[in-house]
Design a protein around this ligand. Structure first.
Ligand code: TYD
Ligand code: MG
Length: 457
């Protein structure tokens, strides 16, 4: 028999190599290769398996009578919204986020809510003792919810216990990185352990109709620790985001086999746990009584949900010939460079001797190209020291030619702005015909827009 070959798995990206090296050849991380005890299929074995095994399966057509998957709404509306209506029975959900962002808190609240509604719920913590979890539950005012708590890290123990009785409707594993499967060698948290533990838990969930929720830690570059593979194994991936220093948190579906990925849930961390935020716009707008130059409100869209955020720009003129700094928080720095270039080339404004800082208030992150016009407005306002009226919002995509293009869901954005008391909007000219409570000023190109802003005294 051939000597079993050693293999080394990168704990960062999951790539496999036959030799140990200090640096992973795939992702370039240092000191991430770890020897892995997993079985290795040689090319010969693979060929052999192909020749001898495999049966033809019957492919059948679409049956329109198949019922929709069974969903279990948690009663936490923001969580249900991100999930697309609740946890699907027999599905696996991965929830990732930075340490301390509130994953355990959210799941304990959801578990307690479901338990109070009469569902059987098991919460297994590999990070905290049962007493710690119980203390937290009491602090959240959920001390008497009939949730089954366990502190355990052995997947075999967990499944043996749960398999003996009726399976729970919801099983929370906090976190998958602390779990250990004895089917495979290696310390908890390594790629192969995480994968094997997840596999066993997911199989249990699918067989017994339990909704499984795995908590996953996130590495410093924002991916769920260890394995991308984990994201492929589960049905739904949720990312819990936010700055720890800010109170708001956004729950975003990154992948959803049973629903859309364009909805978010918004929460605020308070003394008694996570509170739902039904009207997110109020959270991201700073108090706006007085007009300050460089700030503009942008109606962003999260899925089908408008969220008003404040774009802030600051320019500082440099006396010396030093290279001016450009710093961005909450937006794409490449996109800022583009808007600056268009303002310089098409509108004759010069930022070359000024430092430029751009910030989205409240720690919010904007990816929507519709923010271009709001950013341009903030930059022009900051440079010219003329405030944009406090009751105005701006949105539109800016092309390299200086053209201002229409964007998706203009109506929705305008409606939300109107609802929150904004009286006018600076928009692409294609939108200016819209009727509504908000008075519209339409612009076809950035030069005309800049003239309009500079003309106002
Ligand atoms: P936690 O849910 O433990 O985070 P994670 O599981 O993602 O690591 O939440 C940790 C933070 O939340 C902690 O720093 C304290 C804070 N917190 C509150 O502000 N209020 C609360 O009611 C609770 C339970 C936690
Ligand atoms: Mg936790």
């Amino acid at each position: 028999m051939a000597k079993p070959q050693k293999r080394y798995v990168c704990q960062q990206c999951g790539s496999v190599s036959s030799k140990w090296a200090g640096q992973c050849g795939d992702c370039g991380e240092w000191n991430t290769l770890v020897e892995d005890g997993g079985a290795v299929v040689t090319p010969f074995q693979a060929k052999h398996n192909l020749q001898s095994g495999g049966r033809a399966i019957t492919l059948s057509g679409l049956d329109t009578d198949i019922p929709l998957p069974d969903r279990m709404a948690t009663g936490i509306a923001e969580l249900d919204r991100a999930l697309g209506g609740g946890f699907v029975t027999g599905s696996a959900t991965l929830i990732g986020g930075d340490p301390g962002i509130g994953k355990s808190t959210l799941l304990l609240q959801a578990a307690a809510k479901l338990a109070q509604a009469g569902r059987s719920v098991a919460y297994v913590s590999g990070e905290e003792a049962s007493d710690q979890v119980r203390l937290r539950a009491r602090r959240l005012g959920l001390g008497n919810a009939p949730v089954q708590l366990a502190a355990a890290t052995s997947v075999r123990d967990i499944l043996t216990t749960l398999g003996a009785g009726a399976p729970p409707a919801l099983l929370v594993i906090d976190s998958i990185q602390t779990m250990h499967s004895d089917l495979i060698e290696g310390a908890p948290g390594t790629v192969s352990q995480v994968r094997a533990s997840a596999q066993e838990l997911i199989r249990f969930a699918k067989e017994r109709g339990t909704s499984l929720v795995l908590v996953g830690h996130v590495t410093k570059d924002g991916t769920i620790a260890g394995p991308r593979v984990l994201e492929h194994m589960v049905d739904t991936v949720l990312a819990f985001e936010g700055e720890r220093s800010h109170q708001y948190r956004i729950l975003r579906a990154v992948k959803n086999r049973f629903g859309g990925t364009d909805e978010i849930g918004v929460f605020a961390m308070a003394g008694e746990g996570l509170k739902e935020v039904a009207n997110p716009s109020s959270l991201f707008l700073t108090s706006r009584d007085e007009s300050v130059s460089g700030t503009v409100v942008f109606p962003a869209l999260e899925g089908t949900r408008p969220v008003l955020v404040e774009v802030q720009a600051l320019t500082v003129r440099l006396a010396s010939g030093a290279t001016p700094r450009r710093a961005v928080v909450g937006w794409d720095s490449g996109r800022l460079a583009m808007i600056l270039a268009v303002l310089e080339a098409r509108c004759g404004l010069s930022f070359s001797t000024s430092e430029v800082y751009l910030n989205i208030a409240g720690g919010y992150r904007v990816q929507d190209p519709a923010a271009d016009l709001a950013v341009a407005a903030a930059l022009v306002s900051a440079l010219s020291e003329r405030p944009v009226p406090t009751d105005a919002v701006a949105f539109g995509e800016v092309a390299l030619s200086g053209e201002i293009r229409p964007v998706a869901h203009g109506n929705l954005r305008l409606r939300e702005a109107g609802k929150l008391g904004f009286g006018r909007a600076l928009v692409p000219s294609a939108l200016a015909q819209e009727k509504g409570a908000v008075q519209l000023s339409g612009f076809a190109g950035l030069p005309g827009f800049v003239d309009h802003m500079l003309a106002r005294g």
